[in-house]
Design a protein around this ligand. Structure first.
Ligand code: ZN
Ligand code: ZN
Length: 316
């Protein structure tokens, strides 16, 4: 296969393929055909992809049906451009990211109204759930959802931005608070988080709390630690049957707001990547080859650094 610019694309690729979706899932490395692109799409040759806990939830079947190629933190270069693509972004060689949000229609009432939130597009397409993900050397991206990344930064430093990084960054934007911490509390060592927060802040509570834990109890504890007009930002997803128990008076009495934050759109990714480019954020990563994924996938939460899977011989 050759691209519209004449660049050669090999005849097959290596991908990590999910086997036996369910609690006993595994990954196998397979040789697969290179995906073909339609005139409005580009082909991306990925250098690396991050691997986050959502892949585990998908592999286990907790989030419903999924693709056999998971992954949504890919970084690579456009290697072929569909014949109808006209945008400047659709250029062979451009460094791009492939995140959880794979496409947005741009014309539904969420994308194209005062709501203007493509991360919640009614036609939303998610990577690894609705279309093959980034645990493969090649992937297809619609021209309208190309996500350019800053060049001359190692791909493994940008991969964590594509999901984990941008999700944290977006949650901070939603919470409308500045970054930085003066006090650290370990919930496992506190009988009452509320009492501990009151003690450390001399009688105040939290202006905003971002709950990244996938546990309903974490959301409940957070509600209990919010100050007047405080904001709870829900990010972590508890299992489907886990509901939060709350009495409306806790919202009414304190004027508390609860809001959800999901990944981030292309603007958020570009802003989050700037922190890496300026070296204000230096992701710690554990880099592995695609053949090693089977040994590491179940240990993502135990590693000292974000798991990043190398998809080709070159990284950079
Ligand atoms: Zn839409
Ligand atoms: Zn993720």
């Amino acid at each position: 296969m050759s691209s519209s610019s004449g660049q050669r694309v090999p005849s097959y690729q290596v991908a990590a393929v999910l086997q036996n979706q369910g609690p006993k899932f595994s990954f196998e490395t397979h040789k697969l055909a290179i995906p073909t692109i339609n005139p409005q799409e580009v082909l991306v040759e990925l250098n690396v992809t991050g691997f986050c806990g959502t892949n585990i939830s998908l592999a286990c079947g907790y989030l419903g049906p999924c693709q056999t190629i998971l992954g949504h933190e890919g970084v690579g270069r456009i290697s072929a451009v569909g014949s109808s693509c006209t945008s400047e972004a659709a250029t062979v060689g451009r460094l791009v990211g492939v995140g959880w949000i794979r496409d947005a229609c741009g014309s539904c009432r969420v994308c194209d109204s005062d709501i203007k939130d493509e991360s919640r597009c009614i036609e939303q397409v998610f990577s690894g759930r609705d279309v093959p993900g980034t645990l493969a050397r090649y992937t297809v991206v619609p021209e309208r959802y190309i996500t350019p990344l800053p060049d001359r930064i190692p791909s493994e430093m940008l991969a964590p931005v594509m999901c984990a990084g941008v999700t944290g960054y977006k949650a901070l934007k939603v919470a409308n608070i500045a970054t930085g911490a003066e006090v650290y509390l370990d919930f496992e060592n506190e009988d009452s988080l509320r009492s501990a927060v009151l003690l450390k802040t001399e009688g105040m509570l939290c202006s905003a709390i971002i709950v990244c834990a996938g546990a309903a109890s974490a959301h409940e504890q957070a509600l209990n630690c919010l100050d007047y007009h405080g904001t709870l930002v829900a990010v972590g997803i508890p299992p489907p049957a886990s509901n939060i128990s709350l009495h409306p008076l806790s919202l009414i009495g304190y004027g508390i707001q609860i809001v959800g934050s999901i990944a981030g759109d292309r603007v958020d990714i570009a802003e989050a990547a700037e922190f890496v480019r300026k070296e204000l954020v230096k992701p710690r990563v554990t880099k592995i080859g695609i053949h090693e994924l089977e040994n590491y996938a179940g240990r993502v939460n135990e590693l000292d650094g974000k798991l990043v899977v190398r998809l080709g011989p070159k990284v950079g």
